[in-house]
Design a protein around this ligand. Structure first.
Ligand code: ADP
Length: 581
């Protein structure tokens, strides 16, 4: 059995100890009732009633004996039920803890971990792999104690009966093939584990494709990709099917293999019994007990397969559960309240993979500066800004605010001092009010409305029939791009952090929205240290300082006039933008 694999999770069992004890006891009673109780019935009850064809027994005795049959089945059923229910209850609770642990871990893992992986695959681990574990646990609940218990009870009965009838040699003949049954269980289990791992991975691929496809519903139609997408899905699905069939092949092979081995044991017992001249009553009881042995072995074989599938699922969850959280609070954090926003980069180098995205960057941005980051696409502007809230960790060098290394502050303290307006603001499927409140938990209704007024969002919000209580749809799907941006700006007003990171939208809004957004931004940046990731240069007019990035380095800095005159890269970027707009 591969229970060892699950040992690290036994600590979860503590909280469900009571249920487990009850389940185990019930399981043992079930085992005794079925492994020994049923053969005992055949051994004693039937001969008493049909004593050599004479109706010798008294009616009362027969009544008593007949009552034994439903009684043994009733006890078996009752204890089986208690056992299964309590184990499943414990298992489901453990699984829930595991699922929440998985989700919670995804919240704190570095951004790079989440970005490196397909969303759908992470989703599938959280849903399909936990569902597989659930099935495994259900199987374990049904058979984990009952089958081994029944086996032991039945083996005991066979041993006792065979020994009683003919002595030790009969007993040995009966039980000789039992150890052999381990061979197919192990062989198919190993085969199945490999396939189960592939199957769960393929489920991840399919979910990945699914979620990617749904998030690109517009593109699929615009580029007429319907047939191509369906074809791709069909291929993924065919691979899944092939793996499922392989698993079915191995899973279905275990029982027949055990039965064939068992039949050898029964045949051997028959031959031996014939030669030793054993009576039919004794023989019948031994054969029944032997059969009671092979049933649990078969079920344990199936359970072993199921455990292998659970093992594969667990491994996939562990990829996330065991991933180290590298961006954490320091052991002895520097206490900070509201920062001034004096930003410093000292010889900072950072790379996502092999190629550095930032190389030896040193600069200082005094508090209150509106600083535009410009440069060709891929030059490192976004990366530079992302190092400030510690979305990523500098590989070498340090990033400081007010002279304090960002790594020596508590993450919550650091991030409370930073407001972020991204180019495609993400809203949660909640009311506008609650979405704005994310800017600063605990803000009053008046403060929220004031922020919306400042962001030129109040007018359009109040035009909705439900006003601030309008639910915005998944990712804010019921709002226009300009409206979403103004809500993001309102959030930043509410947060009122000394540092502001503005990721300028790549595509222009309609001119009315654009004017409202620009005006709101102009008000928002006042008195703050602002990093504008300028994609369109439209915000550059408001910048008092400009950093020009190229291939991960800051190649020039200054104001617009001096850069335009002195830096050819800046001049060509700016001219191209002016020509385009
Ligand atoms: P910019 O904002 O100037 O367009 P970025 O900072 O986004 O540039 O990117 C800098 C470099 O880092 C580019 O070469 C880009 O391909 C790479 N890069 C950006 N984000 C990631 C990521 N999540 N994983 C791997 N490489 C990345």
């Amino acid at each position: 059995m591969s229970l060892r694999r699950f040992r690290p999770y036994f600590r979860y069992l503590k909280s469900v100890r009571g249920a487990l004890v009850a389940a185990t006891l019930a399981g043992l009673l079930y085992s005794a009732a079925s492994g020994a109780g049923l053969p005992y019935m055949i051994d004693r009850v039937f001969p008493a009633i049909f004593a050599n064809g004479d109706r010798a027994s008294s009616w009362h005795l027969v009544l008593l004996i007949a009552a034994y049959i439903p009684l043994i089945f009733f006890l078996r059923g009752l204890f089986g039920y208690i056992n299964g229910y309590f184990i499943q209850q414990a298992g489901t609770k453990i699984l829930e803890t595991l699922r929440v642990d998985y989700f919670a871990k995804l919240q704190v893992l570095p951004l790079s971990f989440v970005q490196r992986r397909q969303t759908g695959d992470l989703l599938s681990r959280g849903l399909a792999d936990t569902a597989q574990l659930q099935t495994t646990l259900t199987n374990l609940a049904n058979d984990g104690i009952k089958q081994p218990g029944t086996l032991i009870a039945a083996l005991g009965f066979v041993g006792y009966k065979a020994y009683h009838a003919e002595g030790i040699s009969m007993m040995l003949v009966c039980l000789a093939v039992v150890p052999l049954t381990v061979l197919p269980i192990r062989y198919f289990g190993r085969k199945l584990l490999k396939r189960a791992e592939q199957l769960q991975a393929q489920l991840g691929t399919i979910t990945g494709h699914f979620s990617e496809n749904l998030s690109a519903a517009r593109e699929v139609r615009a580029f007429s990709l319907e047939a191509r997408e369906t074809e791709r899905f069909r291929e993924h699905s065919a691979t899944l099917l092939a793996l499922q069939l392989k698993i079915a092949k191995y899973a279905q092979a275990v029982s027949p293999a055990i039965e064939v081995i068992a039949s050898l044991g029964i045949a051997g017992t028959l031959l031996y019994a014939y030669r030793a001249g054993i009576g039919k009553d004794d023989f019948l009881a031994v054969i029944t007990a032997l059969y009671m042995c092979y049933e649990p072995i078969k079920k344990m074989g199936a359970l072993n397969n199921e455990l292998k599938r659970g093992e594969a699922a667990l491994s996939r969850l562990e990829v996330v559960l065991h991933e180290p959280v590298t961006i954490t609070d320091p052991a002895a954090p520097t206490p900070v309240d509201r920062l001034r926003g004096d930003l410093g980069f000292e010889q900072v180098t950072f790379s996502y993979g092999d190629n550095p995205a930032l190389r030896d960057v040193t600069t200082r941005i005094p508090a209150g500066t509106v600083c535009a980051l410009v440069g060709p696409s891929g030059a490192g502007k976004t990366t530079f800004a992302n190092l400030v809230p510690r979305f990523y960790e500098a590989g070498a060098g340090r990033v400081t605010i007010d002279g304090i290394d960002v790594r020596s502050m508590r993450l919550a303290d650091l991030r409370r001092n930073i407001a972020l307006v991204s180019q495609e603001p993400v809203l949660f499927n909640d009311t506008i009010f609650n979405n704005l409140l994310l800017g600063r938990a605990g803000a009053t209704r008046e403060e929220v409305v004031a922020a919306a007024v400042n962001a030129h969002a109040h007018e359009f919000i109040t035009q909705f029939p439900q006003g601030y209580d309008t639910v915005v749809g998944e990712r804010g799907g019921r709002l226009s791009g300009g409206q979403k941006q103004r809500l993001a700006i309102a959030r930043a007003f509410l947060r009122n952090a000394p540092l502001l990171i503005l990721d300028e939208a790549t595509s222009a809004l309609d001119s009315e929205s654009e004017a409202a957004v620009q005006d709101a931004l102009r008000k928002l940046v006042v008195g703050k240290t602002v990093l504008i990731i300028a994609h369109r240069f439209s915000t550059i007019r408001d910048a008092s300082h400009i950093l020009v990035f190229d291939q991960g380095r800051i190649v020039a800095q200054g104001d617009h006039a001096s850069l335009y005159a002195g830096n050819p890269l800046y001049k060509s970027l700016y001219d191209r933008q002016q020509g385009a707009s």
